[in-house]
Write a protein that binds this ligand. Structure first.
Ligand code: SF4
Length: 173
């Protein structure tokens, strides 16, 4: 049990996925998105009052039950609209040897600038291992790409990015 009362508003939880990052992952689809990308794969996640509430404890307990997981993926929807509860979940993941991938319709640079004013955004950016960044752009859609829908999106190694101070692409993807 985590020492938190944080609540997440989610569209869905997929207990096992191999398409939302490397390895076997549990994917948490957050509810709420303001990017309105044309051709969005998941418009049902846009309504910030939709979905259902889940405690961070519930999600962590669900992940704990599967010893095969390599990590959790935060997808959506827009995870950075709920940075506080996701920070708690990300910290729990790292304490339990699980890595954290996160999708965002914001670019890394936009998130850095949002993080200058919002400590929770900054903390979430610091608590994820891989960031798949940027909006889905229909004109750049490419079904051959791994883990992303359009070629403008980048799969960023956040540990390397933090080390070098520059956005670093994840190797081997
Ligand atoms: S960021 Fe993702 S969920 Fe949001 S509109 Fe774009 S594709 Fe859809």
């Amino acid at each position: 049990m985590l020492d938190t009362n944080e609540i997440l508003r989610l569209a869905d939880i997929v207990p096992e996925s191999v398409v939302d990052g490397k390895g076997i992952r549990m994917t948490v689809f957050v509810q709420g998105c303001r990017h309105a990308c044309k051709g969005c794969h998941n418009p049902g996640t846009w309504d910030e009052n939709g979905g259902a509430e889940y405690s961070v404890n519930y999600v962590a307990d669900l992940a704990k039950k599967n010893p095969l997981l390599d990590g959790l993926t935060f997808s959506g929807g827009e995870p950075f609209l709920q940075p506080k509860p996701l920070n708690e979940l990300a910290k729990w993941c790292h304490a339990n040897s699980l890595n954290v991938w996160c999708y965002s319709g914001y670019t890394y640079e936009q998130l850095c600038s949002l993080g200058e004013k919002d400590g929770d955004v900054r903390e979430l950016l610091n608590n994820i291992d891989v960031l798949v960044d940027g909006p889905f752009i229909e004109a750049q859609k490419d079904l051959t790409l791994a883990f992303r829908g359009s070629s403008n999106q980048r799969v960023l190694d956040m540990n390397e990015t933090r080390k070098t101070g520059k956005p670093a692409l994840l190797k081997g993807v």
